[in-house]
Design a protein around this ligand. Structure first.
Ligand code: FES
Length: 129
């Protein structure tokens, strides 16, 4: 079962850590963060990443739960995800150019390092519904 190491974008911004660096997760592991800000969770084959976050009681931003609004956007810093082709938020070019996924319609193919809550990024904020 793949494991997702997650980190809150708000923490990355507040501490001025580098967003897309694997070393940021080492800093997070060494910092005394709350379980909703940083942690690890297993994702079963039948779950999306957001399903697992909800099962763990994490309050990740979300709305449509079907890949349409962009609220749950997350940055994949390391690892591979499989995302439902039916999602309507990102174009194929977007998905390829940025390592971004929509956890409500994505499953991990490998262990992941994921920054959640990135819908507040300037480049995304104007598109989020
Ligand atoms: S909750 Fe709307 S895209 Fe994930």
């Amino acid at each position: 079962m793949p494991e997702v190491e997650y980190l809150d974008y708000g923490v990355v911004e507040e501490r001025e850590w580098q967003l897309e660096a694997v070393s940021t997760f080492e800093k997070a592991a060494a910092a005394d963060l709350d379980g909703d800000e940083y942690g690890r969770m297993a994702v079963s084959e039948t779950e999306t990443i957001l399903d697992a976050a909800q099962r763990e009681g994490l309050g990740w931003s979300m709305k449509c739960l079907k890949g349409g609004c962009g609220r749950c956007s997350a940055l994949v810093v390391d690892g591979e995800v499989e995302m439902d082709d039916e999602q309507k938020f990102f174009t194929r070019a977007d998905v390829g150019a940025r390592d971004i996924c929509l956890p409500c319609v994505a499953s991990p193919e490998t262990d992941l390092k994921l920054v959640y809550g990135v819908s507040e990024l300037d480049s995304l904020e104007q598109h989020v519904k």
